[in-house]
Ligand binder design. Structure first.
Ligand SMILES: [Zn+2]
Length: 399
């Protein structure tokens, strides 16, 4: 029989999970350590060996002096199952096809920076997945599902993107339904901050901690929050939208349509807009040496470059954004009292010691008893995730 995501249920799931987590193990280990009976273990193991999902790996022990028959050990065939993980950012779709040990088998990237329509986004996502499958040369039956991280709010149950930003407009997009219809595979979608904080909790900085806040500051500002070892989702799966906390009444207009949100001060696009506004007002800056009057060419990276060359306008704008972000972070710490705050995103990429300053600004605002011992770390290389954490959404659900 062909084993796919639908047939890994009940006893098969128990058995596979036990073997996967403890391999290599003998049949005796399995029935001693699970609730499965001896005949059930024997039957399922035979079936899974025939389907190439389990491998027999020789004998227990390498000691030749041991007398008597040694049990044959079992392990999950690393080539038995695969999943696809996509990391959709505001500028790129990064996709990986992973084996069960999270090794990357194929990798693909597509730009979404200049897309203007929902259809273009869907087409690009579809193309990345198709290319991953064809590049890997795998039989589609072996792919268990698709896990996707997105830079917007997601209704976790329906997989609907609630406010994906296209052409500066928040759109509602049913990505899960679209992909499941095309690929006939289960699709799991979560906010990429949630996926990142899970990744950190499982195998990153957050290992061993129970309360973690993962802050992403890019074009948008968001967070993934783990409270007492569980993702904080809230009633409508929208908890953690720290970018939309208000830090000024009737303040700057945010992409969400409201005013005074943190993101409208610290999001990289908001910072670009602020520099542009200042130039329009007549403030001088060396940034015009690079772009002339073509203000569409202003990028966050260029602003940082000018700031590092002592440009007053760019430095002021960035300094202010850092202080504002510190304020936003202190609000979260005051409310949640986490073990650890992880800072990540383009915001932290260019300036020296920036995370130290954010820590300082945040701790300066804390209520007395809270958070002096909160750890701050900088996730510099979030890019290595490349859909790997997203892919684990699939295995997490199936196993
Ligand atoms: Zn907002």
């Amino acid at each position: 029989m062909k084993i796919n995501n639908k047939s890994i249920d009940g006893n098969r799931k128990v058995l596979l999970n036990y073997i996967r987590e403890n391999e290599p193990v003998s049949r005796t280990d399995v029935w001693n350590n699970t609730a499965l009976s001896k005949p059930t273990v024997t039957r399922i193991v035979d079936e899974l060996i025939k389907s190439d999902i389990l491998l027999e790996t020789g004998e227990a022990g390498t000691d030749n002096t041991t007398v008597g028959r040694k049990p044959i050990l079992l392990k999950v065939n690393p080539k038995a199952f695969y999943c696809i993980g996509l990391d959709i950012t505001r500028t790129l779709i990064k996709g990986s096809l992973l084996d069960i040990n999270r090794n990357i088998i194929a990798r693909k990237e597509e730009s979404v920076r200049y897309i203007k329509e929902e259809k273009e986004l869907l087409d690009n996502v579809k193309t990345v997945i198709e290319k991953l499958i064809s590049q890997s040369g795998l039989d589609e039956d072996k792919i268990l599902g698709i896990g996707i991280g997105v830079p917007c709010t997601v209704d976790y149950k329906t997989g609907i993107l609630m406010d994906f930003n296209i052409n500066k407009e928040p759109r509602q997009i049913n990505l899960k339904e679209y992909l499941e219809e095309i690929f006939k595979l289960p699709v799991y979608i979560d906010n990429n901050a949630n996926i990142s904080v899970l990744g950190e909790y499982w195998y990153g900085y957050g290992k061993g901690y129970r309360n973690i806040i993962y802050i992403m500051c890019n074009q948008g500002v968001g967070s993934g929050i783990i409270v007492e070892e569980n993702i904080l989702r809230g009633k409508n799966s929208v908890a953690g939208e720290i970018g939309h906390q208000k830090i000024e009444q009737d303040g700057r207009l945010c992409t969400c349509g409201k005013k005074g949100c943190l993101e409208a001060y610290c999001g990289t696009e908001a910072i670009e807009t602020e520099v542009e506004d200042e130039l329009v007002r007549g403030t001088k800056s060396i940034i015009t040496d690079y772009i002339g009057e073509d203000y569409d060419q202003i990028t966050f990276e260029l602003i940082n470059k000018c700031a590092s060359n002592n440009d007053k306008l760019c430095s002021n704008v960035l300094d202010k954004a850092e202080k504002t972000l510190g304020l936003g972070v202190s609000n979260i710490i005051n409310i949640l009292n986490p073990d650890m705050v992880i800072l990540s995103g383009e915001f932290f990429r260019y300036r020296d010691n920036i995370t130290d300053r954010i820590e300082l600004y945040a701790k300066d605002q804390l209520f007395n008893l809270v958070g002096e011992d909160t750890l701050f770390v900088h996730r510099q290389d979030a890019d290595i995730v490349d859909g790997v954490s997203a892919g684990t959404l699939v295995y997490k659900d199936i196993f």
